[in-house]
Design a protein around this ligand. Structure first.
Ligand code: TEU
Length: 541
């Protein structure tokens, strides 16, 4: 048995979804309160970002206890209630497993620091640091107490990398997954899981900040097989997704191919780097459509041919809102949001919706650095200044690229704090909440369109199971693909620009039926006109 290919996952950043206690921080009971909303949307699974005890230096990705609920978010009883109530709506939970590193406040690290050799072997300690750079800036090594040694931290210095070579570490981490399985959790999202395999001997690597030295090492596949066997692999219908940092198709095929018994699917980020200048995040430039289109086609086709499976997404808690990146939101927010949605929901793979995407939420439009809280943004701002940028230039980059862009409170209605909380929220609400909110958008264009896309995936096996092939690959405005299942075909056309365009439709598709479009009365003529940001899917039975 394998996972259900009709699954649609909805990601919730618990800190920002709904606050029921009036402390300005979202909580688990807040999610329970919104289950009927999620059921109306039609999603099957909720991925929750970490809600475990944590000093919150990286918003919960620095875990100090893997098997408890941070009181900020509620209690274990609240979590159990969430699982039980969600089940009555046919919704299951996907938890975030941050197994590459733990907080330096975790007892394992504390015991190691206190001199216990058993726990020292839980971490990656060396006499001499390598030249690797932390993903949050600065060196990837920090002094390990006053021992004269250094510990590895690929992220913040309070996030110490765990030593997966040590079988005791693996055993502890597998226990964590099983603890949550026992609570009825059916899905797992494994944070930066392709970084867990570090070599015994670590060496300098001047290329790309050291990434090749620790990314996608062959041993990761072995560890994933062990993890699978020791935990979720026993469930049969588990849904697992690995977050793969700077990965390759070859590896993602291996991670997600069913007969390999590793994971159900993989996230990769190549398509969200098409607006990076020279591969650098902290730059400003327009997105490169050809690059985006070619990436989608290469990944879509190669994963298809080799039996791999993609997680499909535009947004998450680490990304600025896709609408701000890919769409002229001033003039075409509705059209752009629905086109982006169709471009992944009708494709081959499992779609993920990030909270607020279904109502077309935008970046918050902050006016000052004081509004930002994310450690990565604060470090990057300093680095940009150090590089000689003016504060205005640096701010413009943070504003476009900060992870806080997507972490702002969910916009429920036009009341103060967007109906998210009765108190001042931990992160400032986005500027547009009075016009863009759930209450308004339910009767708008975007929410109903998402609902329809999700329903279509349930109705038509060609969407959940069909093959993927590129179409109109040379078109300079349209990202198009064709799905096929048995004798059925589905052509999906997406105009990624604010200008209309046209293409020649083949005779058979002229006889097809419009399955969905974000413009009314689409006519299937030989020369087909696509309006700004139009999406059009044509079914051939
Ligand atoms: O993100 C992994 C990761 O590589 C990100 O740091 C990403 O490169 C960056 O955010 C883009 O600028 C995961 C989590 O999703 C992220 O929230 C955590 O901070 C990180 O791991 C460490 O656990």
């Amino acid at each position: 048995m394998t996972f259900d290919k009709k699954t649609v996952v909805y990601q919730i950043y618990p800190k920002s979804y709904k606050d029921t206690t009036g402390n300005g921080i979202g909580d688990l009971p807040g999610i329970v309160e919104k289950l009927s909303y999620l059921a109306e949307l039609g999603i099957d699974m909720i991925w929750l970002n970490p809600f475990y005890p944590s000093p919150q230096n990286d918003n919960g990705y620095d875990i100090s206890d893997y098997q408890a609920v941070n009181p900020l978010f509620g209690t274990m009883a609240d979590f159990e209630e969430l699982v039980a109530k969600a089940k009555t709506y046919g919704i299951s939970l996907m938890l975030d497993m941050v197994l590459n590193h733990c907080s330096t406040e975790h007892p394992w690290f504390q015991k190691a620091l206190a001199g216990d050799p058993y726990y020292q072997d839980f971490f990656i300690l060396r006499d001499h640091p390598t030249d690797w750079v932390s993903k949050f800036g600065g060196p990837a090594w920090a002094p390990f107490g006053d021992t004269g040694k250094y510990y590895l931290h690929l992220f913040d210095k309070t996030q110490a990398d765990l030593n997966w070579r040590n079988p005791h570490v693996r055993e502890e981490l597998f226990k964590v997954v099983n603890f949550w399985r026992d609570k009825g959790v059916k899905g797992f999202r494994f944070d930066v899981i392709n970084l867990i395999g570090k070599d015994q001997v670590l060496e300098d690597c001047p290329v790309n900040d050291g990434k090749p030295a620790y990314t996608d090492k062959p041993i990761v596949h072995d560890y994933l097989k062990m993890l699978n066997q020791a935990s979720f692999g026993q469930d049969g219908d588990a849904v697992t997704v690995g977050e793969m940092s700077s990965t390759t198709i070859e590896n993602c095929i291996l991670y997600s191919k069913e007969d390999r018994h590793e994971l159900s699917m993989t996230f990769n980020f190549h398509h969200l780097k098409v607006d990076y200048q020279d591969g650098q995040k902290w730059t400003l430039t327009d997105f490169d459509f050809d690059q985006l289109k070619n990436l989608f086609h290469t990944w879509g086709q190669e994963m298809n041919q080799a039996g791999g499976w993609n997680a499909l997404f535009w947004n998450n808690h680490d990304q600025p809102r896709a609408l701000n990146r890919f769409v002229d939101v001033k003039n075409f927010r509705n059209q752009g949001a629905t086109m982006l949605a169709a471009a992944i929901h009708l494709s081959r793979g499992t779609p993920y919706i990030y909270m607020g995407e279904e109502i077309g939420m935008l970046d918050p439009d902050y006016q000052s650095m004081d509004d930002y809280v994310d450690v990565e943004s604060l470090n990057a701002y300093q680095e940009l200044l150090n590089q000689g940028k003016t504060s205005q230039e640096a701010f413009a980059i943070i504003k476009a690229k900060s992870r806080d862009n997507s972490r702002t409170p969910m916009q429920w209605d036009a009341s103060p704090n967007a109906g998210f909380s009765s108190a001042h929220p931990w992160l400032k609400v986005g500027k547009t909440y009075q016009t863009i909110n759930v209450q308004k958008e339910k009767a708008g264009k975007i929410f109903p369109f998402y609902k329809k896309l999700i329903a279509l995936r349930k109705e038509l096996a060609i969407i959940s199971e069909g093959t993927y092939k590129s179409a109109y690959q040379e078109h300079n405005q349209v990202y198009a693909f064709e799905r096929q299942l048995g004798g059925q075909k589905l052509l999906v056309l997406n105009n990624f620009f604010a200008q209309p365009t046209s293409l020649e439709l083949s005779d058979d598709y002229q006889q097809g039926r419009v399955l969905i479009s974000n413009y009314p009365d689409a006519k299937l003529t030989k020369t087909l006109i696509l309006q700004p940001y139009q999406t059009l899917a044509i079914l051939l039975d």
